[in-house]
Design a protein around this ligand. Structure first.
Ligand code: NDP
Length: 332
């Protein structure tokens, strides 16, 4: 793969140009830029620049509102509802999280139901934003059906990611953010583009047979991680991100979607919990004892560590030159 070195600022300015040239106002473009830049900075490559052509496709088709004005309402002291006005999720997330975290700090726990958003990104930005306020964060979204429940051969679940963040005052939070598919769709697409096989168990081909060819799997279905156990978590994500927030399940999202290459309309479920109010004031010191034990285990590492190390890795990032050329063309 031919690559080019760009600074974080250059990545941000390229992304801003392309979103502004394709119908986003500055508030929506800036929120998207923060998402793309954060993904490239942290090495979340499947959800950074790689997603820009898909974002643009849905702005151009008119499916996604580039001028969205998300509306945030607290319907009870613990329930925050965010209507995304059919825009991309990042602005709705940024507008909703202050209300969510304020509620959780006051009463110990709060949930946020986001509807009418198009989510095409990683979930750690939202759970880390919750953890930055000293709260435990949980987030999940559904997508388009591309994954079969364990034992089945037809798609019902999206790749249904879930992210959890645990705050550590004065340190990076512990964060996991993972698709419930054995491999995220973006990673399978990257393997297909790179001509690399994927591990057995990633998915089935169009005939329902096990395959390691990413192109064949893209015509068939993905499988959940960990057999029926991952399948159960994917089911929970579907129920939380659609059933619990009052938005479309993955199968409903697909029926309504115009299939322009961008993400469908869907929902997001978020939870914020105060460890201070739940466990008492020694929660942080107590949890550090656990992390000390964890870190003593040779070969194990905390989730999120790779990204946080990448975050501090200087100003330049190596990116796919062909992708940059495509994005420049989209910016006109
Ligand atoms: P990975 O399998 O790469 O990583 C999953 C988690 O495991 C990360 O938190 C990662 O931390 C951690 N991890 C990885 N390797 C290790 C290890 N050896 N030891 C300990 N922890 C480890 O992620 P996925 O490919 O499943 O998902 C990629 C992204 O795709 C996610 O950000 C997800 O939100 C996004 N996604 C978004 C969708 C959407 O519709 N918006 C749909 C599906 C996925 P670290 O980052 O530090 O490596």
């Amino acid at each position: 793969m031919k690559t080019v070195d760009l600074s974080i600022e250059e990545i941000g300015s390229l992304a801003r140009d392309v979103f502004r040239a394709n119908g986003c106002d500055s508030a929506n473009a800036d929120a998207l830029v923060r998402t793309i830049v954060g993904a490239e900075r942290d090495g979340s490559h499947s959800h950074g620049l790689f997603r820009v052509p898909g974002y643009v496709a849905s702005l151009r088709s008119g499916k996604v509102n580039g001028q969205a004005r998300p509306r945030v309402v607290a319907t009870t002291p613990a329930i925050i509802k965010v209507h995304g006005d059919d825009g991309y999720a990042p602005l709705a997330i940024e507008r909703g999280i202050p209300a969510l975290t304020q509620a959780a700090k006051q009463i110990g726990i709060a949930a946020m139901a986001m509807t009418h958003v198009h989510h095409f990104a990683a979930l750690w930005p939202e759970t880390e934003a919750i953890a930055a306020e000293g709260l435990i964060g949980l987030a999940c979204v559904s997508y388009l059906p591309c994954m079969a429940p364990a034992g089945g051969r037809s798609a019902l679940f999206g790749t249904n990611p879930i992210s959890f963040a645990w705050p550590r005052p004065g340190k990076d939070p512990v964060v996991f953010d993972m698709a419930t598919a054995a491999m995220a769709m973006g990673e399978v697409q990257l393997a297909a583009r790179g001509g690399r096989d994927v591990p057995p168990g990633t998915g089935l081909d169009a005939n329902g047979d096990v395959s390691t060819d990413p192109n064949a799997i893209l015509k068939g279905v993905l499988l959940p991680f960990g057999g029926y156990k991952g399948s159960a978590i994917a089911l929970m994500v579907e129920l939380l991100a659609a059933g619990a927030v009052g938005e479309r399940f993955s199968f409903e999202a697909a029926e309504a979607d115009v299939k322009d290459g961008g993400p469908p309309r869907g929902g997001e479920f978020m939870l914020a919990i105060s460890p201070e109010l739940l466990a008492g004031s020694d929660w942080a010191a107590h949890s550090e004892l656990f992390f000390e034990r964890f870190e003593r285990i040779e070969g194990a590492r905390l989730p999120g560590l790779r990204r946080h190390r990448n975050r501090r890795a200087g100003a330049m990032r190596r990116v796919d030159a062909d992708l940059i050329a495509r994005i420049r063309a989209l910016a006109g």
